[in-house]
Each structure stands twice: as structure tokens, then as C-alpha cells.
Design a protein around this ligand. Structure first.
Ligand code: CP
Length: 308
């Protein structure tokens, strides 16, 4: 059960809400895999995707999730919309609201954009990534994948490696994992990690091997050059030598550790190809789970909309 009209961040979610999404995603997964029948929970409902930043996985996962639930799904092509004439986000949202759209999925470069939209519309708003703030549905699919592979979160050692400073995925994952009882370590160069993040309840280190040692889950993050102002590390070759995950570093993790990445991956920069394509990687399963999780979120928001 979800308590609010919108899903804007993991910071706002209770453990029971996260677990109800994960449990329902388990039931939805056979539909994504083609072994279950599509549903009509969202029949006659309309979903719009508003992506002010590029996306493959998140936008299409929401599109497929809506279709599997029987909804009408449309995309507001930002590049050809009245956004280009200077229309504000609030005015765009109010316009879509008046057309009877009930679910708005937004990705935006500005932290807080999803919150601003949610305040202005009756539709349920789902944050598909806002600046460096949060990417809650990515975290929920990560949590579901970890739960599926490990069976519980309590005491699990999760190491997140890479460009933590610019990562909305890292922030959402940290909020979720800490609430669920996992032990989280962040690792990367000092310019891309901040000791102050320990306030979120995790450890921060620049020592890759120490961070990966005995980890149950190792998650690599993409170097987000589009959010960096430059000069945070000498060059990508040096970054990959020092902080790129390879078989040698991964060998420090626990025997049955899994490798995750939200993707898209910069092959050969934060992750070496031999690891991406190895049996420890669950990156492809994360994509499938991403559709199941978005189906669960849409279903639970729909249930909440009919309750009030
Ligand atoms: N992981 C993720 O958000 O991927 P996209 O940018 O392709 O949506």
C-alpha cells in the first residue's frame, strides 16, 4: 500500500511501502517474461512520460509497464513540444491534467522538478530522476533485484563504487538500503565521494579493495560527465585504472557476490567488459525487474487513487 498521491523519492517511503512494491513486482515479473497474462488494472487510464533528459530504460520500462497493465501511454516529445516556446513546467502539467491524464512520469535536470509538478497537478507524479537528487524507481528495482538474489537486506554488505557525488541513483539506493538494514560502503576518488555522505548512515572510502572486500553486492555507477564541470579526475583512462571494477578487484568480494549497474555502462571505464558479461553480473535482470517494479508502482498508485 502507498500512502501518498505521488512517488517522488525513497527518502519519503516507509519500509512497508518499499516492501509492498517489491512483493507486488514479484507477481508482475511473469508478465514481463511472457509467461503471465497481461492485466487490465489501468484500463481506460492515461499515462504520459515527460523526459526532459535522455533515457532508454526508464522511459521504455514505464511505457511497457503501462501497456502490460492496459493503460494508454503517450510520450510528450519535449523537443517538439511547447516547452521549446518557454512554457513552464507547472503550466505544462496543468495543461496535461486538464486532458484527463492520471499518471505523469517526469525526468528533469533540475532537482525538485518532480515535486514542483506534483504540487500543481491532480495526476499522480512519479519521479524518473531529478538532477542529482533522487531516482526512486531505479532504487526500487535495485532493491527488488537484491532481495530476489539475497533473500533479505539485514546485515547485507553493499558497496557502491564510482561517481557518487553526481548520482541520484546512489542517493536513492542509500536511503532505501539503510532503511532496510543493509550496511552500505561508498567508494571512489575523493572528488567524486564526500565524507559528509556518512551522515546518510553509510561508510565512505577512497580505498577500492577495502570497500569491495567481503561485499555481498557490488554496484558500479556511471561516470556522469554531463553533470561534471571538469577537472574531477585527470582522464577516463586513469580513472579506469584506479577505480574501474575488474575481475581482480571483484575477487575481493564475497564468494557469491553479485555485480550491479543501473546502466547505461561506460564499458572499459567504470566496469571492465569481462565482468559485465560474466555470471556475477545481474545487469540484464535489473532491466527486466525495472518493468515489473514500475508495474507494481503504477498498480499501487492506482489502488491509492481509488481509495480516496
Ligand atoms: N538507469 C537509467 O535510468 O537508465 P536510462 O537513463 O536509460 O533511463
Amino acid at each position: 500500500m502507498l500512502h501518498k498521491k505521488d512517488l517522488l523519492g525513497i527518502r519519503d517511503l516507509e519500509v512497508s511501502e518499499m516492501m509492498s512494491i517489491i512483493e507486488l513486482a514479484k507477481d508482475m515479473k511473469p508478465i514481463v517474461l511472457g509467461s503471465g497474462s497481461r492485466l487490465d488494472l489501468l484500463k481506460n487510464k492515461s499515462i504520459i512520460t515527460l523526459f526532459y533528459e535522455n533515457s532508454t530504460r526508464t522511459r521504455l520500462a514505464f511505457t511497457m509497464a503501462g501497456m502490460y497493465l492496459g493503460a494508454n501511454v503517450v510520450d510528450l516529445g519535449i523537443a517538439t513540444s511547447s516547452v521549446q516556446k518557454g512554457e513552464t513546467l507547472a503550466d505544462t502539467g496543468i495543461t496535461l491534467d486538464r486532458m484527463g491524464i492520471e499518471y505523469m512520469i517526469i525526468r528533469h535536470s533540475m532537482s525538485g522538478a518532480a515535486h514542483l509538478l506534483a504540487k500543481n497537478v491532480n495526476a499522480s507524479v512519479i519521479n524518473a530522476g531529478d538532477g542529482a537528487n533522487e531516482h526512486p524507481t531505479q532504487a526500487l528495482l535495485d532493491l527488488y533485484t537484491i532481495y530476489e538474489k539475497k533473500g533479505s537486506f539485514k546485515g547485507l554488505h553493499v558497496t557502491i563504487v564510482g561517481d557518487i557525488a553526481h548520482s541520484r541513483v546512489a542517493r536513492s539506493d542509500i536511503f532505501g538500503l539503510v532503511k532496510l538494514g543493509a550496511h552500505v560502503t561508498l567508494a571512489g576518488p575523493g572528488t567524486l565521494t564526500a565524507k559528509s555522505m556518512e551522515m546518510l548512515g553509510c561508510e565512505v572510502t577512497t580505498d577500492m579493495k577495502a570497500a569491495v572486500k567481503n561485499a555481498d553486492v557490488v554496484m558500479a555507477l556511471r561516470i556522469q560527465l554531463e553533470r561534471q564541470k571538469g577537472g574531477l579526475f585527470p582522464n577516463t583512462r586513469e580513472y579506469s585504472q584506479l577505480y574501474g571494477l575488474n575481475e581482480e578487484t571483484f575477487a575481493y568480494a564475497s564468494k557469491d557476490a553479485i555485480l550491479m549497474h543501473p546502466a547505461p555502462v561506460n564499458r572499459g571505464v567504470e566496469l571492465m567488459p569481462e565482468l559485465i558479461d560474466s555470471c556475477v553480473s545481474v545487469i540484464d535482470e535489473q532491466v527486466t525487474n525495472g518493468v515489473a517494479v514500475r508495474m507494481a508502482i503504477l498498480s499501487l498508485l492506482s489502488e491509492r487513487r481509488t481509495r480516496i
